[in-house]
Write a protein that binds this ligand. Structure first.
Ligand SMILES: Nc1ncnc2c1ncn2[C@@H]1O[C@H](COP(=O)(O)OP(=O)(O)OP(=O)(O)O)[C@@H](O)[C@H]1O
Length: 391
């Protein structure tokens, strides 16, 4: 359950109620005063049908929204080329199917490698815009001025170096879909501009005085917890609400190990595994090993691992990293924090450790480090600045 702040007394993301396997569960970004369910503090509560909640001076009665098929279970075991058996992934597939049937703006949220890009393409292909263009713009890959021109285009002479007029992605995707990847990285100065486009469905090229209408479906994705970014003042709340008309979470692989056999088989077939290789790499003992691994890089990492197994003709243990050394031990977690806060901190820590180690490995050469990590150089600079590793 999401609560917007229609009531002045409730903060924007006051709290959330989710249905999990063991029943409903409430969570709040931090301890909000005066937040109770049936008289029990929100975070400790287990809401039931008919529970009533108080948020400061506001009372609400949460209602379960039925999703899924006749038996309450989400129905789809596949969407596009994504496959899954877990209830959480299937629920996401159901939402993707709903999204494909309309033109509403979609926000895909999930860790790296959970399938956001594939999901965006599959939503486009399953909808009425399938024969029109599907354009991808990585919002984390370019500095603000270049990104603005990439999105909205520019007129000749709009800035030094603009030697000719350029059509932006919104115009190019007219009639189709634009996929704004890593929307959480959208520079602050572009956030109000994108908001205006989403509200008015018209764009203005850089250096032009006139607006022109565009008919584009927007799908955005982020690996960040965008609500936490809004809470921290790094992402505009009004833009978030415009983007998250249909919010689709993509669960991390470690939260749904039951999906691993089906996904592994799909990947192996796609990689052209022989029947012998398929039999060895889908043997129950090997699959059990895969199911016990953490997969911080999610399905992409699983895919890379299986590809490595095919290359080396061996069912390699999943804890071995690409270089053949054991992966580092998982970090200790502080379970007294909320899941969102704990995850945000872990991601920040990982980002910092990664870029620091990457730069060290490449002798401080940013371009070389970016190329080796398959990252855009500008994006790497941004991460380095964000973590105080470059001024
Ligand atoms: N449920 C799934 N079934 C089969 N393959 C999957 C599934 N989820 C992800 N994949 C595969 O995992 C790989 C990574 O997916 P994708 O690039 O869409 O992830 P992403 O979330 O967009 O990652 P990033 O945030 O790093 O861009 C792709 O090869 C994709 O086909």
């Amino acid at each position: 359950m999401k609560l917007s702040n229609e009531e002045a007394a409730v903060s924007r993301f006051h709290c959330e109620m989710k249905t999990e396997r063991k029943g409903a569960r409430a969570r709040a970004p931090d301890e909000r005063p005066g937040t109770f369910v049936d008289g029990v503090r929100w975070r400790l509560s287990r809401p039931r049908r008919g529970s009533s909640a108080s948020l400061g001076h506001v009372s609400v009665r949460p209602e379960a929204r039925e999703e899924g098929g006749a038996h309450g279970l989400p129905e789809r075991a596949a969407f596009g080329d994504l496959v899954a058996t877990s209830a959480s992934a299937r629920a996401s597939f159901d939402r993707m199917a709903c999204a494909a049937a309309c033109h509403a703006t979609v926000l895909l949220e999930g860790e790296t490698g959970t399938g956001k890009s594939r999901a965006a393409l599959a939503i486009h292909r399953a909808g009425t815009r399938a024969s029109a263009p599907f354009l991808v713009v990585d919002c984390g890959a370019l500095p603000a001025n270049l990104l603005e021109s990439e999105l909205f285009g520019h007129e000749k002479g709009a800035f030094t170096g603009a030697i000719q007029r350029r059509v932006g992605a919104f115009e190019e995707a007219d009639g189709g879909t634009i996929f704004l990847d890593e929307i959480g990285e959208l520079p602050a100065e572009l956030q109000p501009k994108l908001l205006r486009v989403l509200e008015n469905r018209e764009i203005r090229r850089l250096g032009s005085n006139t607006h022109q209408a565009v008919n584009v479906r927007v799908i955005a994705a982020t690996h960040r917890d965008l609500r936490a970014e809004v809470e921290a003042g790094r992402f505009r709340a009004d833009l978030y609400f415009r983007l998250a008309v249909v919010g689709i979470p993509l669960p991390a692989l470690r939260e749904r190990p039951e999906d691993i056999p089906l996904i592994a088989e799909r990947i192996l077939v796609g990689l052209g595994a022989t029947p012998e290789q398929l039999a060895s790499l889908t043997a129950p003992e090997f699959l059990a090993q895969l199911q016990h691994a953490a997969w911080p890089g999610n399905v992409r990492e699983l895919r890379n691992h299986l590809e490595r197994c095919l290359v080396f003709q061996s069912a390699l243990p999943p804890a071995m990293s690409a270089s053949g050394v054991m992966a580092p031990a998982p970090r200790a977690v502080d379970a007294s924090l909320t899941y969102a806060e704990s995850r945000r901190r872990a991601l920040e820590e990982f980002e910092r450790d990664y870029v620091e180690a990457l730069l060290k490995l490449h002798g401080g050469k940013v371009s070389r480090a970016a190329a080796a990590a398959d990252m855009d150089r500008v994006y790497l600079y941004r991460l380095l600045r964000r973590h105080g590793l470059r001024s």
